[in-house]
Design a protein around this ligand. Sequence first.
Ligand code: ADP
Length: 309
Amino acid sequence: MTDTSPTPAIEIANLTKVYKGGKQALDNINLSIPRGQIYGLLGPNGAGKSTTINILAGLVNKTSGTAKIWGFDIDQNPRNAKNSIGIVPQEIVFDPFFTPFETLENQAGYYGVPKDRRRSMELLRAVHLEDKANAYARTLSGGMKRRLLVAKAMAHSPPILVLDEPTAGVDVQLRQQLWAYVRELNRQGVTIVLTTHYLEEAEELCDRIGIINHGKVITDKPTRELIAMAQEKVVQVTVDRDVVTPPADPSFEKIELSDERTLTITYMKNRANAGQVLSAVQASGLSIVDVVTRDPDLEDVFLNLTAAA
Ligand code: ADP
């Protein structure tokens, strides 16, 4: 579901973070996350994902730049900004002496949600913890705790839910349950942002993916465009004589001379196949002596993009 409202869910401009001691975690990043989407913030460890999320959460002070959450500037309107976002942290932290029900009630209370508008039981049902409502949090399994964290982040009904590396150390079954619930929330209109270093996860879930590396945003595109980049295939053709001008053909996306006798040809696998590409080379009068093909996937796209930065 995509809200066509022009105000993005999250808008980050020229955001920079230098930690005490001099580590620059964010270098002038710009990001605009549309409302109504499932957005993936992707990047290797140490890229700056958590720093970004923690600045939005008010847990880390930025060095410079601006951030708006649901249109509210985190400096000028911190309370509204905070109320507009729910964050599921990486670390599991609970007061072990509260029950899941109490944990949610306390969280709602912290955000000033009146008693008659709290929905603790509804949230517990949604994350399949209804029967644990009155158990001590310390008796919950790791998976249950993680589900409780999601419910806790939703206790004040924010329009944006952020999940920071939600599946780190989570088994396959729980992951599926978590995704089902995240999709359901999104259908109900909640904008979802998740950070991950798993490309597959982002590809499966997200409408749009931003890639961050070394504190810089490398790309920010609809997932299908990133996948389209993964449609590129490369074939290296060695021919029988020196080539001065590489041949041209509609099936080639790009052709380069890697050395005098080696042509590196990129083609889109949804538009051409290796047979057509090789025939085109032969039709130009060259004889092929060797062929090497390579099949990039989204992982390659990611590596290429992060290596280029
Ligand atoms: P990610 O979440 O993408 O793994 P982080 O935002 O946690 O990345 O970290 C970005 C960079 O900032 C890393 O080099 C990390 O070591 C550094 N960093 C994170 N937190 C701190 C901190 N509190 N003090 C100093 N450096 C930090």
